[in-house]
Design a protein around this ligand. Structure first.
Ligand code: FAD
Length: 472
């Protein structure tokens, strides 16, 4: 009997528990990928991310074929069709079990539950593994057995637990070749799978595949990681790993990242390179937000984690929102950041916080609109990290920025892009403005004046939050 492995955002052979365990246990493996049109629409998946997935699937087809594992491609209109499609496939190909790696947003959990139940009802087995996090959700608990809402406390406990994990040096080995590898019906071709789907090719910036991901990780762990603490907030420097697209599509696992970081620090968790320990903290943030989506599923329902903030009077202003989206706000650092997103499908973390605060606190536009716009553009779009980042910036979530601590984008710009190098790269209209003036330029032909008074809007937002919290 063979085992069916359902690939989702885990597009790699190494350190892939579902694939590895299937290859170990079964008398052969069939892999399947299901494209769900409804999920693409409802989750606003970015065309750049869809193309990245497409390119990863092409690579996976080759890599799996070398190991005699066929990859079947299926397309459905709605997630509700998936249980039946997977069951028919497993019957046709003689697979008694279905293996997959967990995904944690509510839609995905519901989809997987429906598949599991359907398999159970039809006398077939399924097994779920955890690969998207270093410690699975539900495991990191406080003394009362409750989930953490505050990051620092979560991190302390997380590190205690992670230190006990058996760290396989390079994660699980790649799956081994096994005999047999034919399927009676290979499903669709890659071209037909994506027919009519809006794709954006960013392959020059973001080459696909596990080898690319591992070589970026090795390069980062070999050098830049050491200066990560001091340089990570400077968007003009190539100081962060840029691994997020690979982690999102799963051509890299967080465990591989942790292992590489620890070995760059001779296995030490809290001594040695501060760059390494700071970078590990980011991996903990990543786990934290994945856990939040499971522990507080309300965040998956377009709701704030802090329920009372749902009454905040967000402004409905399409024109202002469009100016922010296009990078035409008249605040140079915000515009440079928004154009980086449009051009590259990615944005530096410091800038994500700046533009999210600007939208929610200065323009007072609903964070959910910003969240959706990011998902529709980001090649690294990940529900948990994106929702967590937006709710943090809007002061509606776990560990949220206190409502009165509002970034001033001009001050942030002076501090983190001191010579204006980043601004000049993405806002050519300002290329000739002096460094002294670039953060808040005088009128420049072709470049808009600031669309909002930063001080007045900040004051107004704080007053509205005070009213909301009943503390005015
Ligand atoms: P590095 O600095 O090298 O960090 C290493 C890895 O740690 C990242 O690749 C990422 O997987 C993880 N990580 C780092 N910071 C965070 C964080 N704050 N929260 C969760 N994980 C983190 N990240 C996404 O992967 N997808 C998103 O859709 C996303 N949306 C965001 C939206 C907002 C408003 C904010 C403020 C942050 C968002 N982030 C998101 C987190 C962060 O900005 C990116 O992970 C980071 O910029 C990716 O660059 P890097 O790979 O060079 O990160």
């Amino acid at each position: 009997q063979r085992i069916l492995v359902w690939l989702r955002n885990d597009m790699r052979l190494r350190d892939n528990p579902a694939l590895y365990n299937a290859a170990e246990a079964g008398e052969g493996v069939v892999a399947v990928y299901v494209l769900c049109e409804d999920f693409i629409e409802r989750h606003s998946t970015a065309p750049s991310r869809l193309d990245f997935i497409r390119r990863h699937l092409r690579q996976m087809q080759t890599d799996l074929a070398e190991r005699n594992i066929p990859l079947v491609l299926l397309r459905v209109r709605r997630a509700g069709e998936i249980p039946h499609q997977l069951l028919s496939l497993s019957r046709r190909e003689g697979c008694h079990s279905l293996y997959f790696n967990a995904e944690y947003p509510l839609d995905e959990l519901n989809r997987d539950r429906a598949v599991a139940e359907y398999f159970h009802d039809h006398d077939r087995h399924y097994k779920r593994f955890h690969d998207r996090v270093i410690l699975p959700p539900g495991k990191v608990r406080n003394g009362q057995g409750e989930p953490y809402q505050v990051f620092t406390a979560f991190k302390r406990r997380w590190i205690q637990m992670a230190r006990e994990l058996p760290m396989v040096p390079h994660g699980l080995p790649a799956v081994q070749p096994k005999a047999l590898g034919q399927v009676s019906d290979a499903g669709m071709t890659l071209d037909s799978l994506f027919r009519g789907v809006h794709l954006k090719d960013l392959s020059a910036l973001w080459p696909a595949g596990e080898e690319e991901a591992l070589s970026r990780l090795a390069e980062f762990a070999d050098g830049p990681i050491r200066d990560y603490k001091s340089k990570r907030d400077l968007p003009a420097e190539a100081a962060t790993s840029t691994l997020s697209p690979y982690l999102a599509v799963g051509s890299l696992s967080p465990r591989q990242c942790l292992t590489a970081a620890l070995s760059a620090n001779e296995g030490r968790w809290d001594e040695g390179s501060e760059g390494v320990t700071t970078w590990i903290s980011e991996l903990v943030w990543r786990d934290f937000y994945q856990h939040v989506t499971v522990d507080f599923p309300v965040v998956c329902k377009h709701k704030p984690l802090q329920g009372h903030t749902d009454a905040f009077p967000w402004r409905d202003d399409e024109e202002d929102f469009n100016r922010w989206r296009r990078g035409e706000t008249g605040i140079p650092i915000v515009d440079a950041a928004m154009r980086q997103l449009l051009d590259t499908g990615w944005m530096h973390n410091r800038l994500r916080m700046i533009v999210a605060m600007f939208l929610t606190k200065n323009l007072r536009i609903d964070w959910r609109l910003g969240e959706r716009w990011f998902m529709s553009q980001l090649i690294d779009g990940d529900f948990a990290a994106n929702n967590g980042g937006w709710q943090w910036s809007a002061s509606t979530g776990t560990d949220a920025a206190p409502y009165f601590r509002i970034f001033n984008p001009v001050t942030q710009s002076e501090r983190f892009d001191p010579d204006g190098r980043f601004i000049r790269k993405y806002v050519p209209e300002l290329a000739r403005v002096s460094t002294r003036q670039i953060h808040q330029p005088p009128p420049v032909p072709g470049y808009p004046a600031p669309m909002v008074d930063l001080k007045a809007s900040r004051k107004e937002t704080i007053a509205l939050f005070q009213q909301l919290n009943g503390s005015s």
